[in-house]
Design a protein around this ligand. Sequence first.
Ligand code: ADP
Ligand code: ADP
Length: 239
Amino acid sequence: MTLLEIENLSKTYPGAHGTTVKAVSEVSLSVEAGEVLGIVGESGCGKSTLGRALLRLIEPSGGDIRFEGKSIAGLSRRQLKPFRRDMQIIFQDPFGALNPRHKVGAIISEPLKVHKIGNTASRAARIAELLALVGLPEGSAERYPHEFSGGQRQRIAIARALALEPKLLVADEAVSALDVSIQSQIINLIAELQEKLALSIIFISHDLSVIRHVSDRIAVMYLGRIVEIGPSEDVMETP
Ligand code: ADP
Ligand code: ADP
């Protein structure tokens, strides 16, 4: 089953002196349910813009996005709300996304509150479940983000992203800021969760070596376009 289809998606930013920057140019691709799609390309080629535009975290300039067959490109913020539960994103710098004044438990359960899911007791149980899922000790809920290492903070961000049981997770350079040994721990965690939860994942990275082992297919971006897409083995064989 196809989960996400994007068709001729474009994003243009205003540039200096009245010029425009075409960050994403007419990109079409689809993601199957349970599939891991890697998107790779050098810095500035438009990966992050594509990842955010397809979630409508930034407004596309053109093209269509269909999630489970329904077009979300023209929906208002209010109409988008039910789709937000199904599509989550994690970023390179989890610290930036974690409110330093909130305890980890509150951070992880915030999406549940926003979507008015459960009560205090059921949310506490869900926090414990999510902490276990990402391999953090239960007592973490009562601590603050700065008490954790970079890798652990990314685990917190993952727990938060999974709170609403999304169908699609976009990981945008999610391990790029981490030490190499920690990178593989987090990649392996995401791959384990992908299988356990039958998630679809879009894995964005400038570094092919980071995503090659976990991607079913890889799309190569260059100057805002997808120049190659196919099974990981095929893409990696290209000289
Ligand atoms: P990548 O994720 O591959 O590094 P980005 O999507 O961040 O690429 O950027 C693609 C292009 O769009 C780059 O030329 C970048 O400078 C430009 N760009 C990104 N965000 C903005 C913005 N908010 N305003 C103007 N230009 C931007
Ligand atoms: P606001 O707090 O005003 O909603 P944000 O910039 O925090 O503004 O978020 C913009 C939109 O993106 C919101 O609708 C929010 O639900 C959604 N959003 C924010 N973070 C995430 C995330 N990690 N995954 C998916 N959607 C997100």
